[in-house]
Design a protein around this ligand. Structure first.
Ligand SMILES: [Zn+2]
Length: 261
């Protein structure tokens, strides 16, 4: 891996590109063109963005509401938690419209007999692959709000937001896609059989889009510990919500309430 920070200019407008090591698809902050650094050319996939719809104040209010409601949260959470960090990030996703066909052979053993099973099935997906290597973002749990998507335009990148470039191109994303879909299909088959002997998955890729989607990352402090909340910046849905483990006293309180005592 070379760490040399080369000076590279946008092939579309000539502006200087801000590049970080490992970034492969880079969006020019002057003209908004997405460039594939491996080939030094303008990126050919459709580049879309999902605009953010919330202000920091609204997200803080949403966090308070989340803290104050729902099951298994400490009673004083909304009152005592302090928001320590709050920022908006545009995350790069490859969204692949794909028909995935799996052929499988396996054995059902749970009945006490070995019953051979084989067959095939096809499912269609809009599968998303986050274009970053090291990320704790829960992509699987995240429903990317594609209905809000528009053609990429820098005007939709909110001021003060972080903007992440992709660290992989769509080829690598497709390799991941294949692994993830096959894992998912194995999971689907696990209800029908106990041993999967062979599985072969063919992908028919109908379309791939490069989409930047907004996520609000929030850290709050409660009893000297930090917890993370992530909100979808288009829908306001909680993508991830760390809940402090109940301490002894609040657990007692909880059971007391349950028992009506
Ligand atoms: Zn440019």
């Amino acid at each position: 891996m070379t760490e040399i920070a080369e000076k590279v200019n946008c092939t579309n407008c000539g502006g200087p590109l801000k590049l970080e090591a490992g970034e492969v698809i880079v969006t020019c902050e002057y003209c908004g063109a997405a460039l594939n650094m491996a080939v030094g050319k303008k990126y050919f996939l459709r580049h879309a963005i999902i605009p953010n719809r919330y202000s920091p104040e609204q997200v803080s209010a949403m966090a308070r509401q989340w803290m104050g409601g729902g099951f298994l949260k400490p009673e004083d959470l909304a009152r005592k938690a302090q928001i320590r960090e709050l920022f908006l990030t545009f995350l790069p996703f490859f969204v692949v419209h794909v028909a995935a066909s799996s052929k499988y052979e396996g054995v059902l053993t749970r009945t006490g007999q070995n019953i051979p099973k084989k067959g095939d099935f096809t499912r269609e997906y809009h599968w998303k692959i986050l274009g970053r290597r090291a990320s704790a973002f829960p992509t699987k749990e995240y429903e990317i709000p594609l209905s809000g998507k528009v053609d990429f335009d820098l005007a939709h990148v909110s001021k003060n937001a972080k903007f992440l470039n992709a660290e992989m191109d769509e080829r690598e994303a497709q390799t991941r896609l294949r692994q993830e879909i096959e894992e998912h299909h194995k999971f689907l088959l696990s209800s029908e059989m106990d041993v999967i002997q062979t599985i072969k998955t063919d992908l028919e890729i109908k379309n791939t889009e490069f989409v930047h989607a907004p996520a609000w990352f929030l850290k709050y402090e409660y009893k000297q510990k930090l917890y993370e909340l992530i909100f979808d910046g288009a829908s306001g849905v909680v993508v991830k919500g760390d809940i402090p483990a109940p301490d002894d006293t609040s657990t007692k309180g909880f059971f007391k309430k349950m028992l009506g005592g």
